[in-house]
Design a protein. Structure first.
Length: 134
């Protein structure tokens, strides 16, 4: 069996890619600053957390970026629900930048996830919360 090691991939983003990333990030940050957002409460579903009691704290293990949502019931589709307090500086993309991340009924198989892409989530700790279906 083969394993995927990101270190084996030596491609670098082009200057055009970097400029697009910077524009997205800067626009995102300008939106948060304009709205006075100092912290976001976001949710993420996690598996293999049966030992974590309600209210218990867990540290996230993730890739360099990860998806979070504003909606508990969406997070519950992915496992036990954890609540995170996240600094706006860690948000790379949200519905402010990409409307499709928050769009209602993109097609019949997708939900309005209100998705936020968080940069470097591995240092975040979240508390396990009860999911209330909406």
């Amino acid at each position: 069996s083969q394993t995927l090691d990101p270190e084996d991939v030596k491609r670098q983003p082009t200057q055009d890619h970097i400029e697009v990333f910077e524009k997205c990030y800067n626009w995102q940050q300008a939106c948060f600053e304009f709205l006075g957002v100092k912290e976001l409460t976001l949710y993420r579903g996690a598996t293999n957390t049966s030992r974590v009691p309600l209210g218990g704290i867990a540290k996230i293990e993730s890739r360099p970026s990860a998806s979070f949502t504003l909606k508990k019931h969406i997070a519950a589709d992915f496992g036990a629900v954890f609540e995170f307090k996240i600094s706006p500086e860690q948000i790379f993309i949200s519905p402010f930048v990409s409307k499709r991340l928050g769009e209602e009924n993109q097609n019949q198989n997708q939900q309005n996830e209100e998705e936020y892409i968080v940069i470097e989530p591995s240092n975040l700790e979240g508390s396990k919360v009860k999911n209330h279906s909406y």
